[in-house]
Design a protein around this ligand. Structure first.
Ligand code: ITT
Length: 195
């Protein structure tokens, strides 16, 4: 079955592909389109709403069953920030490095037990016949006091869960425990009800 993944984040795309392909899906992405995907204004008030906005935009362009992820890191000490705004935490044009730097500054001097955080991934799936569903996966951990490892992307070098730092894991190890891996395992079960 063909599934279009509506994302402009190639790291995210790789993670979604490496879980969806072994599930038997033929995965298509922006790389298979003649023109770039339109930018989607992420105006939702939840990860699920934003994931649906992105998925509907992809469906409009391709007419295929479309999957999109909206994700972020919610830090308890920061009342849930950067949360929905994780991609642009340090401003428009933010880089992963500048976001990590801002997060480290915001938590400067905060002890380990107060640096707890949850990574969240909401995955939306929309169908050409109008049906849609969302699922959510989470991973709890804490924010390290300095960057570790050189794998992954985004906040991976700062996020430590019970299995270790995301950026020090192999892709397979990350998939087993990550918010996105957890969301996709629920997604797989949910999708069976629709096909
Ligand atoms: P698309 O909207 O095109 O899918 P995006 O990167 O803008 O790509 P989001 O709006 O969902 O995606 O922002 C998610 C941000 O949260 C992402 O840019 C990272 O900074 C962070 N993030 C999400 N999942 C992550 C992961 O597994 N590891 C590290 N950081 C992650």
């Amino acid at each position: 079955m063909k599934v279009f993944i509506a994302t402009k984040n190639h790291n995210k795309l790789k993670e979604l592909e490496r879980i969806l392909v072994p599930m038997g899906f033929e995965v298509l992405s922006e790389n298979n389109l003649e023109n770039p995907l339109p930018e989607v204004e992420e105006t939702g008030t939840s990860y699920e709403e934003n994931a649906l906005l992105k998925a509907h935009s992809g469906l409009k362009v391709t007419g295929l069953i479309t999957v999109a992820d909206d994700s972020g890191l919610s830090v308890d000490f920061l009342d849930g920030a950067p949360g929905l705004y994780s991609a642009h935490y340090s401003g428009m044009g933010a880089s992963y490095a500048s976001n990590n730097e801002k997060l480290l500054c915001a938590l400067k001097g905060v002890p380990k037990e107060k640096r707890t955080a949850t990574f969240v991934s909401a995955i939306a799936c929309v169908f050409p016949d109008g049906r849609e569903f969302t699922v959510r996966g989470e991973c709890k951990g804490y924010v390290a006091e300095e960057c570790h490892g050189d794998g992954g992307f985004g906040y991976d070098p700062l996020f430590i869960c019970s299995a270790g730092c995301y950026a020090e894991m192999t892709p397979e190890e990350k998939d087993k425990v990550s918010h996105r891996g957890n969301a996709l395992r629920i997604f797989k079960e949910e999708l069976k009800k629709y096909i």
